[in-house]
Each structure stands twice: as C-alpha cells, then as structure tokens.
Unconditional design. Structure first.
Lengths: 176, 214
C-alpha cells in the first residue's frame, strides 16, 4: 500500500482526513499519470528552513502491525450488547441492533467459547461489547462469521450508567 | 452494505505529537496493542509532529476509539489536540461500468456542463467521461460544537474489473468551536464512533442502492 501523503492532511485547514482517499483509492499502476499539482511536493518545498535553503523533512513515525494476513470483512450487521450476568460457560446480555435501530432489544445467551480468549476477563455485568456479523475472506474463500469485541473504554455517561447496573446487580445478589 | 468489497476506518487527530513515542514496543508495553493484534496485522499507525492517524483495516472498527482513549485519555492525556476525524472508507461493487456511470450522472448531471459534456459519451469504461471525484459537505451537524461531515464519491480503483466499483469516503470532522474551552476529543471519539460508523454505512448503502437501481 502506498504511503499516505501526510503533508497533505495537515496543511489544508487542519481538516482531519481529506486526503485519505488518495491511499484508500489509489490509482492502478496502469492508469495514466495524474496531471494534477503534486500537493505534497509543494508543501515540502514550502517547509524549507529559513537561511539554509535546505528542505526540512517532516519526521514521522509510521508502521503497520506485523504480518499482512489481515482478513477483509464486509460488515452485514452489528449490535451492541450489555452483559447482564455470566457463568463459567456462558453469559447473558441485552442486545441492541445498531444496523436496524428500529428493532426492539433482545436478551441473548452467548457461549464463552464463542468469544476471543483475551476478552474472557472482561465478561462481567455492565461490560459492553459489539457483536459483528460479516464476511471474511481467506485464501479466496468467503464465509459469513460472527464475532465479538469487548470495549476497553466507554464514554463517560455510559460508564456511569453501567456502574449503576453493576451496583443494582450487586444489591440484587445480596437480597437473594 | 451487501455489495461492499473493501472497507476501513481511519481516525485522525490533529495536534502536537511526539512521533518518537509511537513505536511498537512502547505500544505493546503500555498494553495498547495486544500480541494478537500484532499477529493479525490490521492496524497502521502514522504519526508526525502535527497529526496522528490510526488505520484499522478490518472489523471491529470500534477498537480504534479504545486505542485513541488508551493513548490520549490515559497514557498521554496532556497531548494538545485540536481536531478529530473519524473517516470511514468503503468500495462497493456495481454490476458494470454503465451502472457506475449512471450513478455518476445522477450525482453530477451533464446538462450544466453544456456542449463540452456532449463529448463525454462512450461505449466503454475507457472512453466514457464523467465524474472523477465529488465531495458533499454537511456544514453544521447538530451533534457537535464545530466541524462538518464530508462525503467523497469516486470511481473505485480497487474493485476489478475497472468500472465495476464505487469508492466512498466519509470524513466525520470535529473541532473546537471558536472561543470554546479545550475539547475532549478522545471522549468524543468514544461516544461518536458508533453513530458515526452507522451514519457512514447508511450513506454507503444509500449510494449502493441508488447505483443498483439503474
């Protein structure tokens, strides 16, 4: 994948993301050369150090996490879940359909072996997770898969609401 | 979303950053990136002194907000940030180049271009003229102090064969209003990433359905 012209991104009114299309929709190699002004070069030229007339390279740190076996997924449906209770083998959660927001909430029981092992410790009352249904592509074959992702952080308001749910669950447990 | 062939999310922060910090070892030591994420290889970090960009190449895209919060709400909480962009990109497939061209004609009719556009007609993707890039902007979204939502539509250069795909980028841009106190952009990212993604997908679905109706 071609390197993103970072210089473009930060020099046009500070807009966060205008030039992303240049990387995500780059020209095929057989395409005719683009005759538009090379904005990146123009910006670099203007970053010349005063007095020395040497181009001042803009240092940046860029890397991709190792390996290139990323699966391409086409998201078909996505839901947000709130864990209500959990046992060793499964947990119960309230599910909200994000793709079809008109649908009413559902209660679902999800097996622990269906979630990522690194997320097991996060399964507790009040935890929020995303349930994603999408197509994966491996070695040219496409198949529909469902997977979960437990949120590491929540917006402040939601975190407080979940703490209340936690507290209510605890009180409910004490009453039993 | 049925016809989406490729999608991704890029969260961009504008501000003042120390690029030297952002190396794989530091991110792993801080617990921002897990060993599994290194193994899968679907995250790209690009950092310079004035911008931070996190490319997420596969679902779950929402983890971008968690990483941004890990970094700029917790580990590097005092980083000055002036703007946030939640950018969703997708390539969707159409049946053929005629459908792609019809979508272009619907979004940018030829009539206003007068006689010049008369020469746009063609009998193949190589010879037909028309839309190369179009950006629409919502200037004052009600859900933020300042910012905008921009949607860019282009013929896809990734979907093959040529002429059978459309590229859409939604730039959901947040900034601090003039005269306002510092804005908590990591918090905005946490709260807005889901509605932003859903809005973006709705736009892609709308365009995809329109294209396939021709």
């Amino acid at each position: 994948m071609a390197s993103l012209p970072l210089y473009d991104r930060v020099t046009q009114n500070g807009q966060a993301g205008r030039q992303i299309s240049s990387e995500w929709n780059d020209q095929r190699e057989d395409a005719a050369p683009d005759s538009a002004v090379n904005f990146a070069s123009a910006v670099l030229a203007s970053a010349t150090s005063r007095g020395t007339n040497k181009t001042a390279p803009i240092k940046y740190n860029s890397f991709t996490t190792k390996s290139t076996t990323a699966e391409i997924r086409n998201t078909v449906q996505q839901g947000e879940g709130l864990v209500h209770s959990s046992s060793g083998t499964a947990f119960t959660a309230r599910l909200r359909d994000l793709t079809n927001p008109g649908r009413s909430e559902e209660i679902a029981e999800i097996a622990m072996d269906g979630i990522d092992p690194s997320d097991v410790a996060r399964v507790k009352p009040g935890a929020v997770f995303h349930l994603i249904v999408g197509y994966t592509r491996r070695n040219g074959a496409q198949r529909l898969e469902t997977f979960t992702y437990f949120r590491r952080h929540l917006p402040s308001g939601q975190a407080v609401a979940n703490e209340i749910v936690d507290l209510l669950d605890m009180l409910e447990g004490d009453a039993d | 979303m049925e016809y989406v062939e490729l999608q991704g999310l890029v969260v961009v922060l504008i501000g003042t950053f120390n690029p030297a910090i952002f190396n794989p070892d530091w991110l792993a030591n801080q617990g921002v990136i897990t060993p599994a994420q290194f193994a899968v290889g679907d995250l790209t970090f690009e950092v310079n002194t004035s911008s931070f960009a996190l490319h997420v190449l596969a679902e779950p895209f929402v983890r971008a907000a968690d990483i941004v919060a890990d970094l700029f709400k917790d580990k590097l909480a005092h980083t000055p940030i002036t703007a946030l962009g939640i950018n969703y990109v997708a390539h969707f497939r159409v049946e053929n180049w005629k459908q792609q061209t019809a979508l272009g004609r619907a979004l940018t009719p030829l009539e206003p271009w007068g006689t010049w556009a008369g020469e746009f007609q063609g009998d193949s993707i190589e010879s037909v003229g028309g839309l190369v890039s179009l950006t629409m902007q919502m200037s004052t979204p009600k859900d933020r102090e300042a910012g905008n939502v921009k949607v860019t539509v282009q013929p896809s250069n990734r979907v093959v064969p040529a002429g059978s795909g459309v590229f859409v980028q939604v730039n959901d841009h947040y900034e601090t209003a003039k005269g306002a106190e510092n804005t908590n952009f990591p918090e905005i990212c946490l709260s807005q990433i889901t509605p932003s993604l859903e809005r973006s997908r709705a736009i892609v679905t709308q365009l995809s359905n329109l294209a396939r109706s021709f």
